[in-house]
Design a protein around this ligand. Structure first.
Ligand code: PLP
Length: 358
């Protein structure tokens, strides 16, 4: 069996060990005589899987007691709307920090439902940096930002202190990649398909006091309290996805937790950023150095034609997912937790070789 060097942006590489574990118990999950996919979501066997995922997430992210963990569906994109539905009372304003396409999309949904303002933006410079001058008013309903900009390859190193205004963060592309002080956030949400598991599960971590503000007339499925009250089992959850999430969390735990994973991520990113920085301008990184993402390395070559050749030859050499997002082009290597160091070393070697030959 040959595994690809998978640099996809999401769905993305999963740890080989996790896939092997899932394969080994695919037909008979822990003596039940069934696949996890075939268990009732109301059974004791499934309950153990569901609660283990919550316990592991609590342990790995050190989630305090005054937070709830939800497993929802609809992707991070549904959270763009669910957050304002639940948090943005009439007459209040949501404060959105724009750092890329995904925060623009979050803003777009908020504006359908209520009032929003832009408290900071790096749009003027093709989203190459993370804005530091933010305008936050104590009366803002919440501040929304995207912690890692999957498309532009920038990442917040430190989060702003929003004081009493709840900070809502879309962490779809860097959750579980580094240590986090969860107590600084009102809501953290993430589609699972980059660092947590397969697509189909959305993790929401919400501070309990924020649950009180939702209008009673919200549709049942769109209200956070529905899912809190039912332990995310109001309707049928994505059981197999949650099971895989629990295996990914066990894998991170075995590696030594998020601190250990962060160190590995730093060394992986360094391999590729060094190849860019030491190329005498042959490869040009999109992000400003102090805003560089450890998850998505974005770069350009001298011309679109050369980029096409690079991507084509990379694919032929076994590197998958190197083309930049369709909205901005260029090249991108997504190096989430499960992308092995060896894959990054191989990409670095390929970049050096390509430069020599072209
Ligand atoms: C930062 C970020 N937010 C949101 C999304 C959208 O996620 P979903 O497809 O789960 O709705 C993505 C997808 O790539 C993303 O990278």
């Amino acid at each position: 069996m040959k595994r690809a060097f998978n640099f996809n942006a999401g769905p993305a590489a999963l740890p080989l060990e996790v896939l092997q574990e899932a394969q080994a118990e695919l037909l008979d999950f822990q003596g039940t005589g069934m696949s996890v996919m075939e268990l009732s979501h109301r059974s004791k066997d499934y309950d153990a899987v569901h609660n283990k995922a919550k316990e592991l997430l609590t342990k790995l992210l050190n989630i305090p007691d005054n937070y709830e963990i939800l497993f929802l569906q609809g992707g991070a994109s549904l959270q763009f709307a669910m957050v304002p539905m639940n948090l943005l009372a009439p007459g209040k304003v949501a404060n959105v920090i724009l750092t890329g396409v995904w925060s623009e999309k979050a803003l777009y949904e908020i504006e359908k439902l209520g009032e929003a303002k832009i408290g900071g933006s790096s749009k003027d410079a093709a989203y190459k940096y993370i804005p530091t001058e933010l305008e936050i008013d104590p009366s803002d309903a919440y501040v929304h930002l995207t912690s890692n900009n999957t498309i532009y390859g920038t990442q917040w190193r430190e989060f702003p202190d929003t004081k009493d205004v709840p900070l809502v963060v879309d962490m779809s592309s860097d959750i579980l990649s580094r240590p986090l002080d969860v107590s600084k956030f009102g809501i953290i949400y993430a589609g699972a398909q980059k660092n947590l598991g397969p697509s189909g599960v959305t993790v929401v971590i919400i501070r309990k006091d924020l649950l009180d503000s939702a209008d009673d007339n919200l549709p049942t499925m769109l209200k956070y309290t529905t899912h809190v009250k039912s332990n995310s089992l109001y309707n049928t959850p994505p059981t197999f996805g949650i099971y895989l999430l629990s295996l990914v969390l066990e894998w991170v735990d075995r590696l030594g937790g998020v601190e250990a994973v962060n160190k590995i991520n730093e060394s992986k990113a360094k391999l590729i950023y060094d190849a860019i920085d030491e190329s005498d301008g042959y490869y040009v990184g999109h992000a400003e150095k102090d805003a560089r993402s450890l998850m998505n390395v974005t770069f350009n070559l001298a011309s679109e034609e050369l980029e096409k050749k690079f991507i084509k030859e990379a694919l032929a050499a076994g590197f998958v997912g190197i083309a930049g997002h369709r909205s901005i082009g260029g090249c991108r290597a997504s190096i989430y937790n499960a992308v092995p160091v060896e894959a990054c070393e191989a990409l670095r070697d390929f970049m050096l070789e390509f430069k020599k030959n072209n």
